[in-house]
Each structure stands twice: as structure tokens, then as C-alpha cells.
Design a protein around this ligand. Structure first.
Ligand code: JFZ
Length: 599
């Protein structure tokens, strides 16, 4: 699957930003600039306020449920035709068994409403080439090729629209494994002999026009994996489709930078706030399409925390569900979306129509904001109940619980605020407090030191907040557990000579002993190499432990290696550094340094 240029932009920006403060400021502006499309679409505000969407991958692959010829396939179920290299003629016969009699548009739409999503995007045609709508330009459709013989998209568009939820279609504009001239079926057809223009003229463009003229107003057209078109041809296509629905927003995977908002890679959240309209997309388990043996569903707590994390960086989360071949949405997806909706029913003010918070992520949680309000999403309650906001200059006029409106005591020392939060169940997914203040929202301070204290089980110093020197750099590493379920982690890489180092500025709030734990991935060739950890004016030698090779199509295993204990005698800003003892192989891929209070 093709890797988007975004990661390179992000990694590039980060690497640049890490080295020099001023450069950092400039680079953040570049990221802001990069983040937002050239000219914002006049109808973009609903999307920016929506924050939470429902993605639905549904097609013939849902009927196969991850099985082919008695073999179970893992990873992206919607890619089974490609994984099993099923001939197009053979795969097309699956349509004869596809009869989703349990599909109920009202039920799906009401679940979307209960879940608190503001928009829904469903696959009208995925890479398999099967139209899940009544297309007149192809016989490979749910109406003509399956015993269902009905167009589920008509009913769904109506049911969703009448509940005030925006409706949109996913359309695989280039990749079409059914068509001889469509993109990327390399096991039936010779890619070099394909006439992509013919495929676009005979299928993709006519079908897109059917979708943009036959299903009412579309909030979004979600394109995927562009290809086969020049910049001019893409511009002509985008303009002709926008002419049909000027208010509809096109996702960035239309290509050539012509989208109306940005999509990051699958299951990817940018590490720091990004200005402009953007979206992170996540599977609810490990697959977009239904796989009966994939039960790795994210819990309501995980969904709520993912939503808060994405919103705290200014973006939308579009969470996916994969209905089965009968048209039933998996039990745990229904249950956990409903639970998420219950949380949003009480805490929605801290998510909908917010933007990123001006405070970097803290050991206690993240922030979202509205003019004059900062929403404090407490994911980890400090043991002593003292929630510290390290740097906030604006005059605070009150802090209260979002739900109970109970006001909280707080005090300020210079720019540091301490808020006394009440006790609450540590299993609470996200307890929100509101801090009201005067003046305009302060700028996001990229140079703010990371905070650590004795009040948390662990304090994570994530790689993105590191300062690197020499050949060391922060990179976004992409790997996967299964086929197509991409995972992205930022790591400090390239430390292989004594001139290569990484340093973290840490604002340690409490005196006390802390274990210093290095979290890294280390292949065999890098194991048993010595490094130095410098903290609090002391140097500590350590030797690297093997964990796993770095291979895109395999899990990247991280080890947590305690290499020292440091006694912090007084609160203050400290520097923690790591570098190799000798020139050699890359020391490891450092994901984070964890400070664990010694109790
Ligand atoms: C694509 C599809 O191939 C996949 O089946 C699913 O529909 C997903 C939402 O989108 O997969 C991608 C596309 C782009 C990236 C990763 C996976 N990317 O840019 O990292």
C-alpha cells in the first residue's frame, strides 16, 4: 500500500524542529502552513466543529469475513482479494452469495446518532470494484449482481440526513481490481498495458457523478489512494465534481494537494497540534472490512481517550466499523459506540466545536479549547489531587467540573497554576474540568519542557519532544501487526557515533527518587552496545538489550529498560540525555524515556 508524503513532511519538520528553538518556531509555522490546505473551503466550519465521524467499510469482502478457500486471512479484510490474489472473475462470483437481509438503514443511522458522531462516510466502491449502490455504468453492482437487488445507500442517505448527521461516500477512484484498466490488479492484468483513462472515463468518473447526483447533499467525498491521473486531469475531475456539489468536502486522498482537508495515514495522530482542517482515521479493531476472527476491539475508554487526544491537536477522529455480509454491525462496535455516545452526551462541550489546547500534553492529560475556555481532559489523576499547569499567563477567572459545575480551588505561582481536583475513580475514561480565563488563547508553546512528578505512576518523555544533535533525528516509523493495519510511532533514530545524542528538558515538579526507564526497539545488530544516560549531573552506563528488527510488515517490539535511579532533591527544570559510548551500529530506536517515581 502506498505511503503518503505526509509522514515524510512530518518527520522532516520534526527533525528540523528538534535542533534549534528558533528553527523550531519557524518549523512549527511551516507545519501550520503545511497542515492547512491553501485556501480553506467556504463550507469547512461544520467539519472542523464536528470532531467525530463514523467510517463504514462494507462490501463483498464483508461476506467473505476474512476467509477464502478455507484459509483465514488477517489484517485488512477489504484487501482479501489482493492478499489471496483471487482472479477477478472468481471474486465476482462472491456477489451471488451477498444478500444483506439484516441491513437496516434506520438502525445504522440511529446508532450513529447515539454514538454522537456528526458525520458518516460509507464505502460506495472499494478496491474490489463492486458498487454498493445502483450504478448504471457497471453490472458489478449490488442491484444487478447480488440477490439483494436493492440500493442500500438511498435508504441510508435519507435515514442519516433526517437525523442531522452529514452523509458521505468513500470511493476508490484509482484502485479497482475488477477492471482490466483499473489500478493495481497485477495478478490478472499487466499494469504496464493498462489504459487508466479508459477506466476513469467508463467507470470511475461516471460513478462519482452518479453518487454526487443521486443521493442528496453529500457532506464529504472520501477519495483513496490516487493514481493514473495527471495534475491537470485531477484538477479537471475535482472541478467537475465540485460543480455538482459545491458544498461537499473532498478528502486529501483525491491527490495532488487538491483535497479540502487533510487525512493522515491510517491509525495515525500527529504528535503536536496541526492548524487547519484534518482527520485521523482508525479501525475499531484491526481491520476496516469485517473479519469474523478479528476481536481486537478498542474499549469505550480507548475510543474516548483517542477522541480527546485527536481533538487536543485540533483534528477530527473518524472511527470505522465493518458490518458483516448480512448487514449487521458487530456487537462490540454497537455496544462501545453507544458507551462513547453516553460520555459525549455529558462531555460533548469539551469536544465539539473545540480546537487544540495551548498546553502540550501533560502527565495528567490533554487540553481542548474554545475562546476564553480551556478544557482539561484528566486521564491520569495526580495522587495528591494537585493538577499542575506549568505555564499559563492569562488571568484565570474560574475552574469548575464540566458536569457538576462544582468550582475548584486553585492558586498561582508566577505562570504555574495548581488546581485542586476532587477524588474520582481512576478508571474514569476522561474527567473534564473547565478553566475560564481572560484574554485570547495563548500560542501553543512548542518549547515548553515536559512535566514530570511523583504524583503519577509514570511520566513519559515522548521522542517528539526531544532535542537531537549530530545524526540523531526524530522519525515517524511505520510498521504493522497484520497486513494493512499500519501503526506509526515517533522514535529518535540515528544515534551511532559519540557525536549523536538526544536531550529532553524536563520540568520535575516534586523532589524524590525516580527510576529512569529507556523505552526502545533494538535489533540483534544493535544489541550489547554501550550507551550513557546523563541526568541530574550524573552519568550512568548501560548496555542495549535486543528486542526486535524494524520491518514494516511486522510488529516493532519495544523494551522498557531501567538503566538508573536518580534522586531529585528539588523541583526544577532538568536535562536528561542519552548517547552512544562508542562509534558503532545505531544504538536503538528510542520511543521515550519514562520517569517512574520510586514509592
Ligand atoms: C486505504 C485502503 O487501502 C484501506 O483498505 C482502507 O480503506 C484505508 C482507509 O485506506 O489504505 C491506506 C491508504 C493510505 C495510507 C495507508 C493505508 N497511508 O497514506 O498511510
Amino acid at each position: 500500500m502506498m505511503k503518503y508524503k505526509w509522514n515524510k513532511i512530518i518527520a522532516g519538520c520534526m527533525m528540523l524542529a528538534m535542533n534549534y528553538k528558533t528553527v523550531k518556531a519557524q518549523v512549527m509555522d511551516e507545519m501550520w502552513a503545511q497542515g492547512s490546505v491553501a485556501k480553506e473551503h467556504p463550507n469547512i466550519q461544520w467539519f472542523k466543529d464536528a470532531k467525530f465521524g463514523l467510517f463504514i467499510h462494507w462490501g463483498l469482502y464483508s461476506q467473505l469475513a476474512g476467509n477464502w478457500n478455507g484459509k483465514r486471512y488477517y489484517g485488512s479484510g477489504e484487501w482479501i482479494m489482493n492478499q489471496a490474489k483471487i482472479p477477478a472473475a472468481t471474486y465476482a462470483k462472491v456477489a451471488a452469495d451477498f444478500n444483506p437481509v439484516r441491513f437496516n438503514a434506520e438502525e445504522w443511522a440511529s446508532l450513529a446518532k447515539e454514538a454522537g458522531v456528526k458525520y458518516m462516510v460509507i464505502t460506495a466502491k472499494h478496491h474490489e470494484g463492486f458498487a454498493m449502490f445502483d450504478s448504471k455504468v457497471s453490472d458489478f453492482t449490488i442491484v444487478k449482481a447480488s440477490p439483494y437487488k436493492k440500493d442500500p445507500m438511498k435508504a441510508l442517505a435519507t435515514a442519516v440526513g433526517k437525523r442531522g448527521i452529514k452523509f458521505g461516500f468513500y470511493y476508490s477512484q484509482f484502485v479497482d481490481w475488477h477492471e482490466p484498466n483499473g489500478g493495481r490488479n497485477t495478478w490478472d492484468f499487466d499494469e504496464s498495458k493498462k489504459n487508466y483513462q479508459l477506466y476513469y472515463q467508463q467507470k470511475a468518473i461516471p460513478q462519482l457523478k452518479e453518487l454526487l447526483t443521486g443521493y442528496g447533499p453529500l457532506g464529504i467525498v472520501w477519495f483513496d489512494l490516487p493514481g493514473g491521473l495527471s495534475k491537470e486531469e485531477t484538477r479537471k475531475l475535482v472541478d467537475s465534481l465540485h460543480a455538482l456539489q459545491p458544498k461537499s468536502l473532498f478528502s486529501s486522498r483525491v491527490g495532488q494537494g487538491m483535497g479540502d482537508y487533510k487525512d493522515f495515514g491510517d491509525s495515525e495522530v500527529p504528535p503536536v497540534p496541526i492548524k487547519g482542517a484534518w482527520e485521523s482515521i482508525y479501525t475499531h479493531n484491526d481491520s476496516w472490512g469485517y473479519i469474523e476472527h478479528d476481536m481486537n476491539f478498542k474499549s469505550p475508554k480507548e475510543i474516548i481517550r483517542l477522541l480527546a487526544n485527536v481533538a487536543s491537536k485540533g483534528g477530527n477522529l473518524m472511527l470505522n466499523v465493518g458490518p458483516d455480509g448480512k448487514g449487521a454491525i458487530p456487537h462490540y462496535s454497537v455496544q462501545y459506540l453507544r458507551e462513547t455516545g453516553k460520555w459525549l452526551a455529558k462531555n460533548g462541550e469539551s469536544i465539539y466545536a473545540t480546537t487544540f489546547g495551548s498546553i502540550p500534553a501533560q502527565p495528567w492529560g490533554v487540553t481542548t479549547s474554545k475562546p476564553g475556555k480551556l478544557f482539561l481532559h484528566v486521564l491520569n489523576r495526580p495522587v495528591n489531587g494537585q493538577l499542575i499547569i506549568p505555564a499559563f499567563a492569562n488571568e484565570v477567572t474560574g475552574v469548575y467540573d464540566l458536569i457538576t459545575k462544582q468550582h475548584l480551588a486553585y492558586n498561582r505561582k508566577q505562570q504555574e497554576l495548581t488546581i485542586q481536583v476532587p477524588a474520582f475513580d481512576r478508571e474514569t475514561p476522561d474527567r473534564v474540568f473547565v478553566m475560564e480565563y481572560k484574554g485570547k488563547q495563548p500560542e501553543y508553546d512548542t518549547a515548553a519542557p515536559v512535566v514530570a512528578s511523583q504524583q503519577y505512576e509514570q511520566n513519559n518523555l515522548e521522542a517528539v519532544f526531544a532535542k537531537t544533535s549530530g545524526n540523531a533525528q526524530v522519525k515517524s516509523l511505520t510498521f504493522s501487526h497484520y497486513f494493512g493495519d499500519w501503526k506509526h510511532t515517533n522514535c529518535v533514530t540515528g544515534m551511532q557515533t559519540m557525536n549523536d545524542s538526544v536531550n529532553f528538558k524536563v520540568n520535575i515538579m516534586d523532589a524524590g527518587d525516580y527510576k529512569v526507564v529507556l523505552e526502545y526497539a533494538c535489533p540483534q545488530e544493535s544489541a550489547r552496545q554501550e550507551g550513557i544516560l546523563s541526568v541530574n549531573g550524573a552519568n550512568h552506563f548501560f548496555r542495549t538489550l535486543r528486542s526486535s528488527e524494524f520491518d514494516k510488515s511486522a510488529p516493532l517490539m519495544f523494551i522498557r529498560h531501567t538503566v538508573a535511579i536518580t534522586t531529585i532533591r528539588q523541583k526544577g527544570v532538568y536535562t536528561i540525555g542519552v548517547k552512544p559510548v562508542q562509534d558503532g551500529k545505531e544504538l536503538f530506536k528510542l520511543k521515550s524515556i519514562i520517569l517512574e517515581p520510586v514509592k
